[in-house]
Design a binder for this molecule. Structure first.
Ligand code: G6P
Length: 371
């Protein structure tokens, strides 16, 4: 069985470490020569002509795939300048969403078999929308029923807690948003090339993060002594906070909540007392001053901050945080592909420290095919 796990103790750790490969495999064959653009030859129904007519986007998914969809929203709004809503599939299908023929519905599903996601897809089709699937399983139900499919090439994911599937979904959203941007000329050629160069650098940057797991292991072992903790962030840092918090609670059973940093003072701040750990995601230059003041709200009440911060702001953030983990430099809206990795390792090592079954957490299934 260790052979199956490639020498790692758990599938989750193996899959975390496979992320650089998963990023490269998901990009492979999709970057045009000289990074002049993105090739998505799999889009047969959702052609450039169709994309030019789309007026709004609904991203629908469950669990971790939903969190990838929150980042997808930022990427599409940033690059294509079209309004996007991201919904949990079990909410979407019952809330009478306004789906029109000029709506693009993107369903995101690692397995391609999640019942609620599949039901949302069928509803979208019934309403005449264009439906794009982002899935890791070729030939899955979602892939078969969508108009077109962008496959993430993460390879089989065994651990219940999703890692490489999530990050490959982020890569798929990055590529798709740039492909679309080219069709509608919402970005210049220069800007597309600039972003693609940054995307191409991500796998190596993840390798660098993985090489620093000792620090994250130590931090995780300390967090494992607490029975509650918080994640805060703004913008895509909030989306990553949600994913980091989910990962931690899924496998370590430590109670954890993710909050948009600016919302803390509207309630959750009441729970911050001496010694409560708070993981702050701080990668957005435009929001740095706001994040620092939110971190000060925490430290003023005795909360202890572990900040995951970009290179450019490490000194500034280190003045308020108790400890920092520094990320390699990338573009602000691409940062989730890096910043989520330390949160995955924290979840893994916290679960390990507590002696839980990392790969098979209680009460959870890899794929939920019932409603
Ligand atoms: C289950 C898994 C999660 C996953 C969710 C959606 O709850 O435990 O890790 O994010 O289903 O799965 P999907 O295959 O649709 O991405």
């Amino acid at each position: 069985l260790t052979a199956e796990k490639g020498g790692y103790d758990h599938f989750m750790l193996k899959e975390i470490n496979e992320q650089p490969k998963a990023y490269r495999d998901t990009m492979r064959g999709r970057l045009r020569e000289g990074l002049s653009g993105v090739k998505l030859t799999e889009l047969k129904v959702i052609t450039p002509e169709v994309l030019r007519e789309i007026r709004n986007v609904h991203i629908v998914a469950c669990g971790t795939a939903y969190h990838a969809g929150l980042v997808g929203r930022s990427l599409i709004e940033h690059n294509v300048n079209i309004p996007v809503e991201t919904d949990v599939a079990s909410e979407y299908r019952y809330r009478k969403p306004i789906i029109k023929p000029d709506t693009l519905v993107i369903v995101v599903s690692q397995s391609g078999e999640t019942a609620d996601t599949l039901a949302a897809l069928r509803e979208a089709k019934r309403c005449g929308a264009s439906v794009l699937a982002i899935t890791n399983v070729v030939g899955s139900s979602v892939a078969r029923e969508a108009d077109d499919t962008i496959v993430t090439w993460a390879g089989p994911e065994i651990a219940v807690a999703s890692t490489k599937a999530y990050t490959s979904q982020l890569i798929a959203f990055m590529l798709f948003s740039l492909y679309w941007a080219e069709q509608v000329e919402s970005l210049s050629q220069e800007e597309i090339r600039h972003q693609l160069a940054a995307i191409e650098a991500l796998p190596e940057q993840v390798e660098l993060i993985l090489s620093q797991e000792d620090q994250l292991k130590r931090v995780a072992e300390d967090m494992a002594k607490h029975n509650s903790l918080f994640f805060i962030g703004r913008g895509v840092d909030y989306a990553v906070s949600l994913e980091g918090s989910l990962k931690l609670k899924e496998i370590s059973y430590i109670h954890s909540e993710a909050y948009p940093a600016g919302e803390l003072k509207h309630g959750t701040l009441a729970l911050i007392e001496e010694g409560v750990p708070v993981i702050a995601l701080v990668t957005q230059p435009a929001l740095i001053e706001k994040m620092i003041s939110n971190m000060q709200e925490v430290t003023a009440r005795g909360g202890r901050i572990f900040a995951i911060v970009d290179q450019a702001h490490k000194e500034q953030v280190a003045k308020t945080a108790d400890e920092v983990f520094v990320l390699p430099t990338t573009l602000a809206h691409l940062s989730p592909a890096l910043s989520v990795v330390p949160t995955q390792l924290i979840a893994y090592y916290a679960s390990l420290a507590l002696g839980h079954d990392v790969d098979k957490p209680r009460n959870l299934a890899k794929s939920v095919t019932v409603e």
